[in-house]
Write a protein that binds this ligand. Structure first.
Ligand SMILES: Nc1nc2c(ncn2[C@@H]2O[C@H](COP(=O)(O)OP(=O)(O)O)[C@@H](O)[C@H]2O)c(=O)[nH]1
Ligand SMILES: [Mg+2]
Ligand SMILES: [Zn+2]
Length: 346
């Protein structure tokens, strides 16, 4: 895949430039992680695309990261991330998983059919708001709906400032509505469940069928995705775009601020409740409940907010427990090593 690219086409920005010394700027090569595999990563530089083998001592890297390479194509260091998407790893593992780094804008795609689900969109919004990227809600398959505007209005009702567009991913003219977001130097991630049209949208933007779409099965029938791979694709002078496999289980963790931003309306009511520890159930002086009664707030939205808060608290607590048990284990290993050392000295 040729990336005939200037650094700016690859998504290079002042934020990364500022992290380099003058010597580094003269001698080192900035490289962007565009694909990742178990034992290697693919990077793109101004002069081409190549793979670098991963070693255990290297920091954890993810698609979207910027690296500095020396003249031998060895990694000097990983640059600080501007934004970062994480989720609790699927399954019971108490682990955070990096999804992508340095994304400026996230397209949250949901289709105008049975898949349309406000709770799920609010969950994605919390994740995106936490990451620092700017969310845009895209409602796909507008050509299959009798009243596409009603879907758009339901999203707009969540937040009048939220950016939302209804599109037909198969139609170039419809997709051209997205041009305000698609520009040089900007990195976009496309998020959403399987089958909503993420790959179709990217193909229409590319003007070619590069990403495989539903015609070719993405699912191996066991509920696992065969394309677990994320790839950052160059739109040449229109920035970089990241296709992600459908996320079946996005459990959130360490996402307090993201939830607060997504539900700023509820937070504002909650600040006026009589009790500072109000649970917004049936307490006297609960301004959140008053908003429900007056019709200013939807019960569904409050229920989802409380659910996400509980999940966040639960997962974050398990993660911090794991972090502290990792620390304890580290201490234990150190202790064993030093004991072994003492014995050796005798
Ligand atoms: N009619 C219509 N079909 C669409 C649209 N977007 C996607 N599709 C179809 O929906 C199916 C799933 O799309 P795909 O891009 O693979 O979804 P992904 O899993 O999100 O990448 C494919 O058969 C597409 O042709 C749309 O806006 N309108
Ligand atoms: Mg896809
Ligand atoms: Zn309250």
């Amino acid at each position: 895949m040729p990336y005939l690219s200037s650094l700016s086409n690859l998504g290079w920005q002042a934020f990364f430039q500022q992290q380099l010394s003058l010597d580094e700027w003269d001698d080192a090569t900035p490289a962007r992680v565009v694909e990742q595999y178990k034992s290697e990563i693919t990077v793109a530089t101004e002069s081409g695309v190549f793979n670098i083998a991963l070693l255990a001592i290297m920091p954890e890297m993810v698609v979207g990261d910027w690296l500095l390479l020396d003249s031998q194509q060895h990694i000097i260091r990983l640059l600080d991330r501007k934004t970062c998407f994480t989720r609790k790893a699927a399954g019971s593992k108490l682990k955070r998983q990096l999804i992508s780094a340095n994304v400026d804008t996230a397209f949250i795609v949901s289709s105008m059919n049975d898949d349309f689900n406000l709770n799920r969109i609010e969950r994605f919004l919390s994740l995106v708001n936490e990451s620092g990227a700017e969310p845009v809600v895209l409602l796909s398959k507008s050509d299959q709906s009798e009243s596409p505007q009603s879907f758009v209005e339901q999203i707009q009702a969540l937040d009048p400032f939220l950016m939302v567009e209804g599109i037909n991913c198969l139609d170039e003219e419809s997709v051209s509505k997205l041009s305000p977001w698609i520009k040089e130097g900007v990195t976009i991630a496309v998020l959403g469940s399987s089958g909503v049209g993420k790959s179709t949208l990217i193909n229409t933007l590319l003007g070619e069928k590069r990403q495989s779409t539903r015609g070719i099965r993405e699912d191996d029938g066991k509920g696992r995705h065969t394309t677990t791979q994320r790839s950052l694709i160059s739109l040449d002078a229109r920035g970089m775009i990241l296709d992600t496999p459908g996320m079946r289980e996005i459990q959130i963790a360490d996402c307090k601020e993201g939830i607060a931003t997504t539900f700023a309306d509820i937070q504002a009511y909650a600040e006026q409740c009589k009790f500072s520890d109000c649970q917004h159930q049936a307490e006297p002086g609960c301004v959140v409940q008053q908003a429900i009664v007056s019709g200013d707030l939807e019960q569904r939205r409050l229920t989802n907010y409380l659910k996400l808060l509980r999940e966040e608290a639960f997962n974050s607590a398990s993660l911090s427990e794991r972090r502290s048990s990792d620390k304890a284990l580290g201490k234990y290993y150190k202790h064993i090593l030093s004991e072994a050392h003492k014995h050796k000295g005798r």
